[in-house]
Design a binder for this molecule. Structure first.
Ligand code: SAH
Length: 363
């Protein structure tokens, strides 16, 4: 039994079952035992591998996209903030900055770098990765702390780590999905007693079978709205990449990964990574409500191909050994391909801007 499981079991014994949202938040962010608070989970030694850790090509494409956005915004005068939410090991930002400095030295010179990160362990890793930019980098605990100025913002696998609410269909209609504890100290899913506002439920919920799960993510929408308000105020572009779906629907997407394997979400709180799929339509709606322009949504594969990942991979492989070229080819396949183990179709991208600008590959 993990220490966090004991802590959660005691909490439930004292106060009654907790919501999936609270469980999710405790798993990732409990100050003592939360998953991101205590470790560096990325890469081969960790629990999962993210796109920037697969190949430098991923961060480079993000760099190309941010340069392109700055140009389409007509290179605004004044301060520029290049920012990332949930930067992990800092790899994507390092790869993006190398491209930015090369393609647009003026942008690099004028920009300061802002990392929004809640984990002290990961801040240390990021500081190492970004050592060569150290005079320009600062850390913030929340997005709102990024100082004023034109904003270029990116986030990879950030929104999937923001807690969701779940509802379960019971004979009495949908109820909040809760986590309870049995006499053995094991956690289990339960349903709350109180009715819920049907406006929270996705289309089609009336015909859902018993046991069906619906998900909403008010915390994600709130973050998206804060970002949209900021873009509306100081201008700029934000791009987010995540595991998720472009159209809303019913279904349980809560997912735990422990040492590169799927794990039951209640089995190892604090030691397994916990995520859920991102509803991109909901993110787009949150942005539109705040009057910023949604450039579009597409698969990661289309996004990377549209930005020229094949050409960049070709240039990177030129003059290298056959083994090195094969590594690059395999990375492009994993990032942009549509096979079962590839990320190209499963991951999606959304970009938002204020004021409206036309951005490749969304137009
Ligand atoms: N972007 C990285 C890491 C993805 S994991 C990569 O692709 O490799 C999720 C990241 O979001 C971690 O860095 C985690 O510490 C951070 N995170 C989670 N919740 C956060 C929050 N509320 N505010 C800021 N960062 C958060």
């Amino acid at each position: 039994m993990t220490p966090l499981k004991q802590k959660i079991a005691r909490l439930i014994e004292a106060h009654g079952p907790i919501s999936v949202t609270d469980y999710f938040a405790l798993c990732l962010a409990d100050p003592e035992y939360g998953y991101y608070k205590t470790r560096d989970p990325f890469g081969r030694g960790g629990d999962f591998v993210t796109a920037p850790e697969i190949s430098q090509l991923f961060g480079e494409m993000i760099g190309i996209f941010l340069v392109h956005a700055w140009q389409q915004h007509l290179k605004p005068k004044g301060d520029v903030r290049i920012a990332e939410i949930g930067p992990g090991r800092g790899t994507m930002m390092a790869d993006a900055l190398r491209v930015i400095a090369k393609l647009e030295p003026e942008l690099y010179a004028r920009a300061t770098i802002h990392l929004v990160e809640t984990s002290p362990t990961l801040r240390e890793v990021q500081a190492k990765t970004l050592e060569t930019h150290s005079g320009k980098v600062s850390w913030h605990s929340s997005f709102e702390e990024i100082p004023d100025g034109f904003l270029l913002l990116a986030g990879n696998e950030f929104f999937d780590a923001v807690p969701i609410r779940q509802f379960v269909k019971t004979p009495n209609g949908f109820r909040e999905r809760l986590v309870g504890v049995d006499s053995q100290g094991e956690l289990y899913f339960a349903a709350g007693a109180a009715g819920i506002d049907p406006a929270l439920l996705p289309p089609g919920h009336q015909n859902a079978p018993l046991g069906a799960i619906a998900e909403v993510a008010p915390a994600r929408s709130a973050i998206m709205q804060a970002i949209a308000d900021r873009l509306f105020g100081t201008r700029g572009t934000a791009v987010f990449i995540d595991y998720g779906h472009l159209a809303p629907g019913l279904g349980d997407t809560l997912q735990a990964v422990y040492r590169h394997r799927f794990d039951p979400p209640l089995a190892n709180p604090g030691e397994a990574d916990l995520t859920s799929h991102v509803d991109f339509a909901a993110l787009a709606e949150a942005a539109r409500e705040r009057a910023v322009h949604v450039n579009g949504m597409m698969t990661q594969g289309d996004f990377l191909l549209g930005l020229g990942i094949l050409e960049r991979a070709g240039a990177l492989g030129r003059g290298r050994s056959p083994e090195e070229q094969e590594t690059i080819r395999a990375a492009v396949q994993r990032l942009a391909g549509n096979g079962k183990n590839d990320m190209g179709e499963l991951f999606k991208v959304i970009a938002v801007s204020s004021p409206e600008v036309a951005l490749t590959p969304f137009r």
